[in-house]
Structure formats: C-alpha cells, structure tokens
Design a protein around this ligand. Structure first.
Ligand SMILES: Nc1ncnc2c1ncn2[C@@H]1O[C@H](COP(=O)(O)OP(=O)(O)O)[C@@H](O)[C@H]1O
Ligand SMILES: [Mg+2]
Length: 365
C-alpha cells in the first residue's frame, strides 16, 4: 500500500491524508509580486492541496519568486492583466505594496474574485514568516528531544576509549622502557581522538540548522553521516545494512536539515525492526528526478494508520521513545526542498520511505 504525504496533490493522499477530503473545487489564486513576500506565499500556498495557484507575475523578470514558480511548475505571466483575467479566479493576492497596482486591480479583476492587498497582504506575509519561524523552532525542539535518547549510546561509545586510556595510563606509571612509553602515549592520543570525534559529530548535529543558502548536497555522504548519528539512538549491531548508492547523487537543500531527515528515517526504520532485519539505503539519479529510499524489514504500518503518520504528534511509541514529530518535520523539510515523500508499507514485511526531488546536475558546488 502506498501513500504520499498529505499536503501533496496526490489522489490517494487526499483520500487518506490528515486534511478532510476536499468537498469543493480548489481555490484558484493569483499572486502579484514575486519578491521575498510573493515567494514565501507561493511556497506555503503551493503545499496546500485545496489551493491552486493559477500564476504569478512580477515586473522584475529576475524576481526570485519567478524562478521558484518555474521549479514548482506554476505558470509565470509577463502581464498582470493576463493573469488577473484568468478564467475562474477566486482570489488575487497583491504583495507589490505599489499603490498604483490597487487601481489596476479595481478596474480589471473580474467580478466574483476577491483582492487581498495593502495592509491585509502585509498581515498575510507576517503570518507566513511567523509560521516559517515556528516550523524551524519545532524542528530544532524535536531534534533536541531526540538527542536525549542518545545518552546510552554515547556513554557506551565514550566508555570504551576511556577504559583503554585508563589502562594505558596505569601501565605508564611504572613503565621504564622509553620506546614502550612512546607507543602507549601514541595509543592514548588515538583513543582521545576517537572520543573527540564522537563529541564533534554530536555537537555539530545538535546545533541549530545553519541559515546558509541551499546548496547541492552529496546524498551518499549524508546517508553515511546519518548512520553514524543514528547509532547513538538505536542499536545497529544486529541489523544488516545494504547501501545501494549510485555515484554522485546530489540534491539541493540545507545539509543540516537533510541530515536530520535521514537520521529520523533511519531511526524509525530500525525501531520498527526490533533488533534484527535489513536496512536498505538507496540513492538514484534519474533523467528528471532524484530518488532516495530508506527501507526496512520491520513491522510495517497498518493501512488505517498510513494516512496519519505525517500528522504532528502522531506516534505509536511509548512516551520517551517517540514524539510523533519526526515525519511531520521531515515532510516540511522535503516540501521546502520542492520534493515529495511517499511511503509503501506491508504489515509484517516492512516499509519503504521514498523521497523524490527534481533532478539536479550531478556536480557539487
Ligand atoms: N519505518 C517505519 N516502520 C513502521 N512504522 C513507522 C515507520 N516510520 C514511522 N512509523 C510510524 O509512524 C509514527 C510516526 O513517526 P514519527 O513521526 O517519526 O514519530 P515517532 O517516531 O516519534 O513516533 C511512528 O510512531 C510509527 O507508528
Ligand atoms: Mg520518529
């Protein structure tokens, strides 16, 4: 059984998703202004299945929202008039802040369509910004909550080199042979390096996702990094790990956020397998899309729950094991990257989560 996350325009998703099934035709919206405000609105409204963005326009042909519209396959119009006379339009959102646009809209927007502009459009823009800040905070809070469960894994990984250091240091106290002293000192240095590597991985994972611009991310490297982090949350000893990576697969996005996505998917997969099974990580670049798959041979997800797993706070795990925010945050990150997430699951056989992104040229910047 397959389902794509609820906010995507996929027929099954609408039947099973958390949003109520649409009873009326989608609201048809036009956006005027493709600067930061227009682009943020586009990003947000595009995720809502009951809204159809019929087009966007801006007098500046290099406005960032126009490029984003092309990526999202939203029509870009050269002339405001052509856009606002679009058949069956329900709403025109003008984020240009240009008073002259007000009179154009008053004259040309067909009867039956509403206009949002001026302070109301500004309010909308502030709400969109607020929502985006909340999503970032939620992502970070959920990551920190997850790190709480790393304690046992970290203690185990730190204890081994520390015990080694203790033994070597005890030997050194009465070692007279200078060559042996040097060798043991060398072993101590290596053991300390191992513990600092653990600390470095974890501190870089726990920091807030950097606000740097999206960049091309090497997928196989990120999946391997995620495996290293996930080891602290879940025991991987008895799990067979298969890596089916095509070389040089890249996606565009925020590397910290993508790492968090992979850690969450791997953690879920291993938790579903209850200590034994096969975890398969795949990265494939196709002609027009890139796909990443995380599959497990675990419990599977009952069909009646499939439509709920992307809801915030939906969890079947006991308190302390799950927050129910993992897949909700993953879905937001993936949509922000213009990608989609789908799941295919069979009870008792396992689940596959598939991330699909628009194709990127396979050269990392
Ligand atoms: N790989 C998987 N196999 C089986 N069930 C899963 C898998 N991934 C997610 N789920 C189900 O989806 C629910 C929500 O997952 P998630 O949002 O990550 O929250 P959490 O892991 O904190 O419960 C889980 O509680 C579980 O029931
Ligand atoms: Mg989870």
């Amino acid at each position: 059984m397959t389902i794509i996350s609820p906010t995507m325009s996929h027929p099954q998703a609408e039947n099973q998703g958390s949003e109520p099934a649409p009873t009326s035709p989608p609201m048809r919206v036009a956006i005027i202004g493709a600067g930061r405000g227009g682009m943020a609105l586009l990003d947000m409204l595009h995720q809502i299945s009951r809204i159809q963005i019929v087009g966007i326009t801006d007098q500046n042909p290099s406005a960032p929202g126009l490029t984003r519209a092309q990526e999202l396959h939203v029509p870009v119009y050269d002339r405001v008039t052509d856009l606002i006379t679009h058949q069956g339009l329900n709403l025109v959102i003008d984020v240009t802040g240009d008073p002259a646009m007000g009179s154009v809209l008053r004259e040309e927007v067909p009867a039956g369509a509403d206009v949002v502009n001026g302070q109301t459009a500004r309010l909308l823009w502030l709400l969109v910004q607020h929502e985006s800040t909340l999503q970032t905070q939620l992502l970070h809070a959920e990551k920190l909550a997850g790190i709480g469960s790393f304690a046992a894994g970290i203690a185990h990984d730190m204890n081994n080199p520390l015990q080694l250091i203790l033994g070597l240091a005890e030997n050194l106290t009465d070692e007279m042979d200078l060559e042996a002293v040097h060798l043991q000192a060398h072993d101590i240095i290596e053991a300390v390096k191992r513990t600092t590597a653990i600390c470095r991985d974890l501190t870089s994972y726990s920091r807030r996702a950097s606000l740097r611009q999206d960049c091309l991310i090497g997928v196989s490297g990120k999946l391997d990094e995620a495996l290293k982090i996930a080891r602290y949350a879940v025991a991987l000893q008895d799990i067979e790990i298969r890596k089916l990576y095509q070389p040089d697969v890249v996606v565009k996005g925020n590397p910290d956020e993508l790492l968090h996505v992979f850690v969450n998917l791997i953690t879920n997969a291993v938790q579903a397998m209850d200590h034994h099974g096969t975890l398969t990580l795949e990265a494939n670049a196709m002609a027009d899309a890139t796909q990443i798959r995380v599959s497990d041979t675990g419990s599977g997800i009952p069909p009646e729950l499939l439509g709920r797993i992307f809801e915030p706070f939906f969890t079947t795990k006991p308190p302390g094991k799950g927050t129910g925010l993992g897949l909700y945050n993953i879905k937001n990150v993936i949509h922000h990257m213009n990608g989609t997430i789908g799941v295919d699951s069979q009870i008792g056989r396992g689940s596959t989560f598939t991330l699909t992104f628009p194709g990127e040229r396979n050269t990392q910047s």
